[in-house]
Design a protein around this ligand. Structure first.
Ligand code: MN
Length: 415
């Protein structure tokens, strides 16, 4: 497939993608959008002009500051919107291509718009589904011989996180303060974290609600997964190691999480499915799901220092997940926990087996024992004030590229 609109071959937003997001432009109301190359497609304008008229979607769904109402229409309709976009923008369709007036109402240069938080997140869960990450953390914090706890290969481990502090790419935050108890000190003190870290993750968003008591099987799970975003689960390691016993992370994780603005649909990622991780021992029947349930999505992390010098510090892949999204959702609801449209479920830090594939500074610098050398000669054990962390993700196969763009967050000094 090719488009009449010019799209660079290395663009994440090819004609195979058409993700969904929310944008605004100076002094105007927000609206739902998609993107092709470097052109934003205003979906509210398209609906007004009748491009989706067979779908009978209320204009208020598109003139909205969140995707939730759109997602709640159901995949049958949202997939038709995406398929209509593919049709209208493909190079054998001249209708919009030759209509200068409509083009000027629908298309905006990406560089001129502001992207907003794509969904109103009601509930947020963070999993721990990369076995390499769990092994690395267990080795550092506990015992290298028993790095994985006995439950790891039986249960997709997770905890309920904080929805209110999930922010869109470009939202800077101040270094958080909290309790720290240094290993050589008897008492804790309160102060800015000395071990601010990123976690390279992907999150999925549910597009259908369930009622209390209802469970979702692994076979049904994909119907409930609308799409995916890049997710940086910012973490304060010194708060974490002091507070996490016995109930798990709290202030170490709830001060800010950053997401990419474009929700890439599960349908756009279909052709990048790959074999699931081999699970030994065999999992319980409600978690079994044969087939290709992982996705081959390249993931990259960069640190940009105060002077603007950028260095890549990680290159991982979403295919390294031990537990698939289907298994996560089946496990999450096996007890009857209800889910809602717009809920977010992060994967857990995605680390590969090689050191350059580690998805957090904790692992990359091995808890600060192997500092990273930056291009300007300075070193990093964790993230400094005024550093910007940038995560990118894209799938690529047979010259078809479907990507996420990026999630980028700058760390400001503590206040
Ligand atoms: Mn995490």
């Amino acid at each position: 497939m090719k488009s009449w609109l010019s799209v660079s071959p290395d663009s994440d937003f090819s004609i195979y993608n058409f993700p969904f997001g929310v944008y605004c432009i100076a002094n105007q109301e927000p609206a739902l959008a998609s993107i092709l190359g470097n052109q934003i497609i205003d979906l509210a304008a398209m609906n007004k002009l009748g491009y989706f008229k067979e779908l009978n979607i209320s204009q208020s769904v598109f003139e909205n500051k969140y995707l939730n109402d759109f997602i709640a229409l159901g995949k049958e309709k949202t997939n038709k919107v995406r398929n209509t976009l593919i049709e209208i923008f493909s190079n054998n369709n001249a209708e919009l291509a030759l209509n200068e007036k409509n083009k000027s109402l629908i298309l905006k240069d990406y560089s001129t718009v502001t992207m907003l938080m794509p969904v109103k997140v009601g509930n947020y869960t963070d999993f721990y589904s990369s076995i390499q990450h769990a092994t690395n953390v267990g080795t550092m914090f506990r015992d290298p011989k028993n790095a994985l706890l006995p439950n790891y290969r039986h249960i997709p481990i997770g905890y309920h996180g904080r929805a209110s502090s999930i922010t869109v790419s470009g939202t800077d935050f101040h270094r958080p303060k909290g309790q720290i108890k240094p290993p050589d000190s008897e008492q804790p003190y309160m102060g800015p974290t000395q071990q601010l870290d990123f976690e390279l993750e992907i999150a999925f968003i549910t597009g259908k609600s369930t009622t209390l008591g209802q469970s979702i099987t692994t076979q049904q799970a994909n119907d409930y997964i609308f799409g995916l975003v890049l997710f940086n689960d910012w973490s304060a390691r010194d708060f974490q190691s002091w507070e996490y016993v016995p109930l798990g992370p709290f202030l170490a994780k709830n001060f800010c999480s950053s997401v990419s603005p474009w929700v890439v649909t599960l349908e756009a990622l279909e052709q990048f499915r790959v074999a699931s991780e081999k699970q030994v021992p065999e999992v319980l029947p409600y978690l079994q799901c044969p087939g290709n349930n992982n996705y081959d999505i390249n993931l990259e992390v960069f640190i940009r220092d105060e002077k603007g010098t950028e260095m890549q510090v990680s290159s991982s892949n979403f295919k390294y997940m031990y537990w698939s999204m289907k298994q996560q959702l089946a496990h999450h609801t096996v007890n009857g926990c209800n889910i809602e449209v717009g809920d977010m479920y992060a994967s857990g830090t995605i680390s590969g087996s090689q050191p350059h594939e580690y998805g957090s500074m904790l692992e990359i610098t091995w808890r600060g024992t192997k500092p990273l050398q930056m291009p300007d000669g300075s070193t990093r054990k964790f993230i400094n004030d005024n550093d910007t962390v940038i995560m990118k993700g894209y799938a690529l196969k047979d010259n078809v590229r479907v990507g996420f763009g990026k999630v980028m967050t700058k760390v400001l000094p503590a206040i």
